[in-house]
Design a protein around this ligand. Structure first.
Ligand code: ZN
Length: 55
């Protein structure tokens, strides 16, 4: 069985598999996965607001 790689939408917090993401945005060398156009526009307005500096 392969592992599922879930990613988290930083705006709404929804978890999804990578291939279900609406769009992938690169910001400062990191990739962020957004679930919908609304989350995309929110993220693009203020990416720093949604980025959590943790691993
Ligand atoms: Zn979202």
């Amino acid at each position: 069985m392969s592992k599922k790689h879930l990613v988290k939408d930083p705006v709404c917090g929804r978890r999804m598999s990578k291939n279900k993401a609406f769009i992938t945005i690169q910001h400062r060398g990191e990739q962020y996965y957004l679930c919908c156009p609304k989350c995309q526009s929110e993220f693009e307005k203020a990416p720093e607001k949604y980025i959590q500096h943790q691993k």
